[in-house]
Design a protein around this ligand. Structure first.
Ligand SMILES: NC(=O)c1ccc[n+]([C@@H]2O[C@H](COP(=O)([O-])OP(=O)(O)OC[C@H]3O[C@@H](n4cnc5c(N)ncnc54)[C@H](OP(=O)(O)O)[C@@H]3O)[C@@H](O)[C@H]2O)c1
Length: 275
């Protein structure tokens, strides 16, 4: 049996167990995926891997702690300074807690936009709202996908400025300096969780703009409602990103890449989308 888990605080809302169990069932693998409510992060990790755990997903608020704990980090985790996927470094003893850290959020976002929503990113002008861990996790993958430029607009401008130079094609903008009519606008702020809308320049949206909300759920967030009012071409939420990032973690741990389409469809029904 392959033991996997997600650690977070809170964690009871996490859909990751359902997603990974669906992947395992489709691939005929014997997987047990648990939720761990983080109390003392390093001790919790030590216990999980010491008891035979193979792979651990890390969610809010532990992604930076996981980055610190990982003795080996992939290049993309190093850039993001956040880790959402942990596993024992091959060859290391479990009791040494020698972990490798990776981040799969960016690969998940790009796959969702391109493969699931048909949004080709090559040459696109992208506006990213927010400058927290989720945004740091996706900027390099957006550049890798060939976008022409990435403007980052954040409530605390200094945090957006800190990303310039570190990430390719990134420019920190304000409401006054943002460009006109972006091809893609990605909301990477947590405003959707608290029913607020991020500030968005009036000229940023036109009828060709695709809006992407990282938060997911069956109802429009205020960001999505705002873009709908401004007649954006298309809107998507982060459910596909969630499943796609999970599939990358699953592949890292098991070597098998699951088919995400059926799992996204099942989750949409379970969460009441379109009803
Ligand atoms: N779908 C997925 O698979 C997936 C994956 C990862 C994350 N997410 C979602 O992405 C969101 C961001 O996560 P995170 O880890 O980056 O969080 P974080 O590190 O706490 O960053 C939060 C960001 O939101 C901004 N913000 C918060 N409240 C705001 C407000 N009232 N008005 C304007 N901006 C506000 C913050 O701006 P300041 O810098 O000014 O504080 C910061 O840029 C979360 O909602 C998370 O659920 C989804």
């Amino acid at each position: 049996m392959i033991r996997l888990a997600v650690i977070g605080k809170p964690v009871e809302h996490s859909r990751s167990p359902d997603i990974h169990h669906a992947f395992a069932a489709a691939l005929g693998l014997d997987v047990r995926y648990e939720r761990i409510l983080g109390t003392s992060f390093v001790d919790d990790c030590r216990r999980f891997f010491g008891e035979g755990g193979v792979g651990l997903n890390v969610t809010v608020p532990f992604k930076e702690d996981a980055f610190e704990l990982a003795a080996t980090r992939t290049a993309r985790a190093e850039l993001a300074q956040a880790v959402n996927t942990l596993y024992l470094t091959p060859g290391a003893a479990a009791d040494a807690l020698a972990l490798t850290g990776d981040t799969t959020d960016g690969a998940g976002l790009v796959a969702d936009l391109e493969a699931n929503h048909g949004v080709g990113l090559q040459g696109q002008r992208v506006l990213v709202l927010g400058a927290g861990g989720a945004v740091r996790g996706v900027l390099d993958d957006l550049a890798e996908a060939g976008v022409a430029r990435i403007d980052v607009l954040n409530r605390t401008h200094a945090r957006a400025e800190a990303l310039e130079g570190r990430f390719r094609r990134v420019r920190a903008v304000t409401v006054d300096t943002a460009g006109e009519a972006y091809d893609v606008i990605i909301n990477g702020t947590s405003t959707g969780l608290v029913g607020e809308a991020p500030v968005l320049p009036a000229e940023a949206v036109d009828a060709q703009t695709v809006g992407y909300e990282m938060v997911y759920g069956p109802l429009d967030t205020p960001f999505m409602a705002d873009l709908r009012r401004r007649v954006a071409a298309r809107l998507a939420d982060g459910l596909g990103m969630l499943v796609e990032q999970a599939s990358r973690s699953f592949e890292i741990w098991t070597g098998a890449r699951p088919d995400t389409g059926p799992v996204i469809a099942e989750l949409r029904v379970a969460l009441g989308y379109g009803s």
